[in-house]
Write a protein that binds this ligand. Structure first.
Ligand code: GLN
Length: 312
């Protein structure tokens, strides 16, 4: 096939695929159509660079288009998701990293005081935040915590690629017990507790309140619900555990940056005030101006007074 035939075929494929995805109510049909065509052609280059197509192109594109029409997330079809400067591996059954979460790294840079050399990522999922810290802070060592086995193993892969030998993943349930009482003798939470004194904690925990069920099929049918819904009447059960652990694990002056839903700015600050141990609490907006991140700085000295109260 000549180069101009190839281009004609690609133009037709782009028009048809965009049209089909549009009919299936895929939110960005033409962007997704381009990505599927590139995947079917086995290239990561712009389509205009293609002079020829592999033998099974049409069959492969048909298969990929059908999957996307059924609203399988593009990232799962491609097996990867961009996050900050990285291309992360993603897999069915593990929460797909979102672009809004990328802002946590900017907030860390903006608000951190002193060195950022030891960082903990709580509820790491695919390892997106932890891997980005490894990538962007070349001196940093990162400990990532994840409850789910499949996510923990994916996070290990993503961390190892971003910063070989500098990241570690613990599989643990942060809500199983809160820090500050009699220390655990063994197991992953004992290991986490022993990491106390870190410079920063990043977290994108599950936080959606029970009644705020996501509308997109991509989210509802493919992201694991334990990564979406935060538990309790306000969705803040897991986030409260994250804040308690942060209060315990941060060094004086250390920083917590935690994502939450746009309606949770005040309640996240209140939860942190109640847990205690912080001397600076604020809420940072995302790029659309909505309240999306708790930013909390660990105070000097003062053990956290309220972490046990919060479990009830
Ligand atoms: N941001 C997620 C969503 O929009 C909610 C859960 C999370 O990120 N922790 O579906």
């Amino acid at each position: 096939m000549s180069a101009s035939d190839t281009r004609l075929l690609l133009r037709t494929a782009l028009a048809e695929t965009t049209e089909r995805l549009g009919r299936a109510e895929v939110p960005s049909p033409s962007v997704d159509a381009r990505a599927l065509i590139a995947a079917a052609a086995g290239t990561r280059q712009p389509l205009v660079m293609l002079d020829e197509l592999p033998a099974g192109f049409a069959r492969e594109l048909e298969e990929l288009t059908r999957r996307r029409e059924r609203r399988e997330p593009l990232q799962l079809i491609l097996g990867r998701a961009p996050f900050r400067r990285l291309m992360l591996t993603v897999r069915p059954g593990v929460f797909i990293p979102r672009p809004e979460t990328e802002l946590a790294l900017d907030l860390l840079r903006e608000h951190a005081t002193g060195a950022v050399e030891t960082v903990v990522d709580l509820c790491t999922g695919s390892g997106a935040l932890a891997a980005s810290v490894l990538d962007e802070f070349p001196q940093a060592r990162v400990l990532a915590v994840e409850i789910d086995t499949a996510a923990a193993s994916l996070a290990r892969e993503n961390l190892e690629r971003a910063g070989p030998g500098r990241g570690r993943v613990l599989q643990a349930d942060l809500t199983a017990r809160l820090p500050g009482g009699v220390p655990a003798q063994e197991g992953p939470l004992a290991e986490l507790e022993a990491a106390a004194g870190v410079d920063a904690i990043l977290s994108n925990p599950p936080y959606i309140p029970p009644e705020a069920v996501p509308r997109d099929a991509e989210v509802l049918e493919h992201d694991p619900h334990c990564a979406l819904f935060g538990g309790g009447a306000d969705g803040l059960e897991v986030p409260r555990a994250v804040i308690s652990w942060a209060s315990h694990l941060l060094r004086p002056g250390g920083l917590l940056v935690m994502e939450h839903a746009d309606v949770q700015g005040r309640s996240a600050r209140e939860a942190a005030a109640l847990i205690g141990g912080f001397d600076h609490l604020s809420t940072a907006p995302d790029l659309t101006g909505r309240d999306r991140f708790l930013v909390a700085r660990r105070a000097d000295g003062a053990p956290n007074p309220g972490s046990e109260r919060l479990t009830r």
